[in-house]
Design a protein around this ligand. Structure first.
Ligand SMILES: NC(=O)c1ccc[n+]([C@@H]2O[C@H](COP(=O)([O-])OP(=O)(O)OC[C@H]3O[C@@H](n4cnc5c(N)ncnc54)[C@H](O)[C@@H]3O)[C@@H](O)[C@H]2O)c1
Length: 333
């Protein structure tokens, strides 16, 4: 139905963007990717997509790309996402995540863009007790979360003036790799648990660092809702359908609705790698104690069911991809 329309993915050379591109290309969609490769990789760019090396900070260039390619739908993922780095380098994060998003929406003025899907984050909720629904008033605690929330507000603010509908997708913690074995997470600077474990899984004497063990949670370590990247990519496909059919905007949590503590994930890994050592470090700045999704609205609206929601399999899928990186000798910068 939307096959002839052009879909632009910002950050399409990154981890999540490459998985979304893979699914959309498999369904014969017309995909254009823009990315400045700051944490993205040429190897992750789908060969059937058109790639433009461009930076969100250049508004004029964005406008040209959107007009020239007659873009109809944008999936906006490009951002910096290291929670600790954001605390120490706020300017860098504001410029990229907030001004970058502003440039993108402003570049949509007088264009054919009718839909924008925005990658937001569960971190905008701040600390939560029990599962969190989309109705909860956002309370971003770290600077990264603040930039993602600012991005949401910009997408909303400009929607009427410019004339597009939006889907704000609040991702919970994304992990795993595509069953195609062709793509997965390469970048390791984001400080994410599954990536760190997968890197250690290939070592003779793995060491897992757990940041903070005195949080007010079931076992003192942080609790998160981990979603497989292929399920998350599928949600984007469903969301495009939704925007085309219903022609109205929506905000949705994207998680499975179950919280696992870091310690629980580490315990699963310890069964796979018995000689693994666990080091408990102090808390990382910007990290919240606990967040997991209430998925009621999301399941009802998209009538979607997960395919990969087994935590051990998500971990195994991440480790398998890490082995692939080594086997293929992918250069990591
Ligand atoms: N990974 C997660 O668990 C998670 C959770 C919540 C939200 N998110 C959001 O999902 C999005 C994608 O995250 P990811 O995990 O795929 O990270 P990623 O680093 O793999 O992808 C981000 C991509 O954006 C590109 N990029 C960054 N700044 C740019 C700019 N100014 N111009 C052009 N390209 C630029 C990078 O080169 C990279 O390819 C981000 O917006 C992030 O905030 C991710």
């Amino acid at each position: 139905m939307y096959n002839k329309k052009k879909i632009l993915i910002t950050g399409g050379a990154g981890y999540i963007g490459s998985h979304i591109a893979e699914q959309l290309v498999n369904q014969k969609n017309n995909i254009i990717i823009i990315d400045n490769l700051v944490t993205g990789y040429k190897r992750l760019i789908n060969k059937k997509a058109k790639f433009i090396n461009a930076d969100l900070k250049n508004k004029k260039n964005l406008k040209n790309i959107i007009l020239k390619n007659k873009i109809h739908t944008i999936i906006h993922l490009a951002a910096y996402l290291n929670v600790s780095e954001a605390e120490s380098n706020k300017k860098k994060y504001y410029k990229n995540n907030v001004i970058g998003t502003k440039n993108l929406v402003e570049a949509c003025k007088n264009s054919e863009v009718k839909n924008i899907i925005y990658s937001s984050s569960c971190s905008i909720y701040g600390n939560t007790v029990g599962s969190v629904s989309e109705h909860k008033k956002p309370n971003p605690m770290g600077y990264y979360a603040f930039t993602k929330y600012k991005g949401e507000n910009l997408i909303k603010k400009y929607s009427k003036e410019i004339g597009y509908n939006f889907a704000i997708l609040r991702y919970f913690n994304v992990a795993g790799a595509s069953p195609s074995k062709k793509i997965g997470q390469i970048e390791k600077s984001h400080g994410q648990l599954f990536k760190n474990i997968s890197i250690q899984a290939l070592k003779k004497n793995p060491v897992i660092r757990v940041y903070g063990k005195n949080y007010n949670t079931k076992d003192g370590t942080c609790v998160r809702d981990y979603i497989h990247v292929s399920d998350l990519a599928d949600i984007h496909v469903k969301c495009i359908n939704y925007l085309f059919e219903k022609k109205k905007s929506i905000t949705l949590n994207c998680g499975y609705g179950k919280g696992y503590s870091v310690q629980e994930v580490v315990n699963i890994f310890k069964k796979i790698k018995k000689n693994c050592r666990v080091l408990y470090e102090k808390r990382r700045p910007g990290d919240i104690a606990q967040v997991y999704a209430n998925t009621k609205k999301f399941k009802k609206t998209l009538k979607w069911k997960p395919k990969y929601n087994n935590i051990k399999n998500i971990l195994l899928s991440s480790i398998k991809w890490e082995k692939n990186i080594k086997r293929l000798k992918i250069k990591i910068i």
